[in-house]
Structures are given as structure tokens and as C-alpha cells.
Ligand binder design. Structure first.
Ligand code: G3P
Ligand code: CA
Length: 254
């Protein structure tokens, strides 16, 4: 699809996180309704080995429950309310599975699946998170619209071994190093997604000169979005896709 190639690509971080409870179907549908060409979401595993969409290792911040996600079976997680903490209007929202997000949004919207480090398992079991994610992408015939990212390098190496063709985005929280570039080359990565605070002109030129797209995260300030795009960023990961799209569509100031 075109969304990963259109420029700039506005990626809705955890859905329309500025105005909806993050990583819920409400947030993803709202981002889509706002015109976001792509969503970002976080994936981890439940106790019974199901792929669920939640950012933190625990359910404490974003639901009415307590405890580690990995200690809950999917059925138990589904009893938790994932919306009321944000606003009572969203009471009844649930933690979605990754498959449910695919079912909830249109087939043209891009999906940036971030595999959380907590789901990485050194022993690489038969139902490891990387195997389940690549299987789902294949079953959904979704390579054209998915970007798989992670801060966990070994997870990305596995993803590439499992799927020679899916798009990979290397995440880094630190200033970009030669090691990061080497990993991008090894993985034949689609993009490098840096913390926006670490992006300067020299770094941008180096990444783009090496052939990698750059999607900085998480950028909500219009002035900062303008700085990144003017440096050559291919898009931004933002909590407020509506504001970013409005800003992007605004005519040049005189
Ligand atoms: O993918 C970019 C961004 O989501 C990474 O940080 O902590 O929001 O998952 P975090
Ligand atoms: Ca994320």
C-alpha cells in the first residue's frame, strides 16, 4: 500500500492516544477516522501465549486491574476495563488482541507492530512472540502494510529469519550509532525509528544516505514535527494524528 511510501507518514502512536485510551480499539478506530495512514501499537504475550496489545509490562496504569500482563490468561485480561482510567466515557473498552486490531480497522491502514522487550524469550519456543507475529502477518497477507519494530535487537533478527520480506523498523532510544546502522543493513530494515530528541541533520543525512527511512517518535509539538520533516524525516510517530495531519496540510506561512 501507499501509506508507508507517502510522505510524510503520520503514524498514530498507540492509536489516537492524545484523546482516547491508548492501545484500545476506540483509539485505533479514532486514528483511522482522523485520517491517519498508519497506527503504532505494542504487542506482548499473555500467560496462555496470546498476542495482546498493551504498552506496559503490567496492567496497572491502563486498566482497573493489577499485576503483570504475563500472569493473566487472555480470558482474565478481557475482564479488565481498559478505558475508564482515561475517561468514564470509555468504560467497557478492553485490551485487544493483535488479531482484533486487524479486524477492527480497514485493510489499507498501515500497522506498526512493536514487539515489547518483555515478550522476548531467549529459548525461542515454538510459539514465541516473533513466530506468532510473523505468522499473523502472513495469514493476513499484510506485509504490504505492516512495519515490525522493537528495541530488542534479537527479536528483530528472529523476525527477519522467519520472514525474509516483512518490513522491519529498528527502534533506538539512544543517539544513532554505527552499530545501529550495521543492524539496519543486516536486517535489510525499512526504517530506523529514533527518539526524536536524538535527531539532528548529520544523523538524518547519514540514515537516509544509507537508504533507511526515518520515523522519529514520539512527537506532538508542531514545531518539532516541522523541524524533523524539514530535516528529511519520512514521517513521525505522534499521539495526536489529527493535529499532525492538520499541521501538515496547512499552507505555508507567509
Ligand atoms: O515505536 C515508537 C515508540 O512507541 C516507542 O516507545 O515506549 O512508546 O513504546 P514506547
Ligand atoms: Ca510503542
Amino acid at each position: 500500500m501507499e501509506s508507508f511510501l507517502s510522505k510524510p507518514l503520520i503514524i498514530a502512536h498507540r492509536g489516537f492516544r492524545a484523546k482516547y485510551p491508548e492501545n484500545t480499539l476506540a483509539a485505533f478506530r479514532a486514528a483511522e477516522d482522523a485520517g491517519a495512514p498508519a497506527l503504532e501499537l505494542d504487542v506482548t504475550l499473555t500467560r496462555d501465549r496470546r498476542l495482546v496489545v498493551i504498552h506496559d509490562d503490567t496492567v496497572d496504569r491502563t486498566t482497573d486491574g493489577n499485576g503483570l500482563v504475563a500472569d493473566f490468561a487472555l480470558e482474565e485480561l478481557k475482564r479488565l476495563d481498559a478505558g475508564a482510567w482515561f475517561d468514564p466515557r470509555f468504560a467497557g473498552e478492553r485490551i485487544p488482541t493483535l488479531a482484533e486490531v486487524f479486524d477492527a480497522v480497514g485493510e489499507d491502514i498501515g500497522i506498526n507492530i512493536e514487539i515489547k522487550g518483555g515478550a522476548f524469550e531467549p529459548d525461542f519456543p515454538p510459539d514465541a512472540v516473533e513466530r506468532q507475529v510473523t505468522r499473523l502477518i502472513s495469514e493476513r497477507d499484510a506485509r504490504r502494510r505492516v512495519l515490525v519494530s522493537s528495541f530488542e535487537r534479537e527479536a528483530l533478527i528472529r523476525v527477519r529469519e522467519l520472514d525474509a520480506r516483512c518490513r522491519i523498523g529498528v527502534l533506538t532510544a539512544d543517539p544513532v550509532t554505527e552499530d545501529d546502522l550495521a543492524l539496519c543493513r543486516r536486517l535489510d530494515a525499512f526504517s530506523l525509528n529514533p527518539d526524536h530528541r536524538n535527531v539532528d541533520k548529520a544523523g538524518m543525512d547519514r540514515l537516509r544516505g544509507a537508504g533507511f527511512r526515518v520515523f522519529p517518535y514520539t512527537v506532538n509539538d508542531p514545531i518539532e514535527i516541522e523541524r524533523l520533516l524539514s530535516l528529511g524525516a519520512d514521517g513521525v510517530i505522534t499521539d495526536d494524528p489529527a493535529a499532525a495531519l492538520q499541521f501538515h496540510e496547512k499552507p505555508e506561512r507567509i
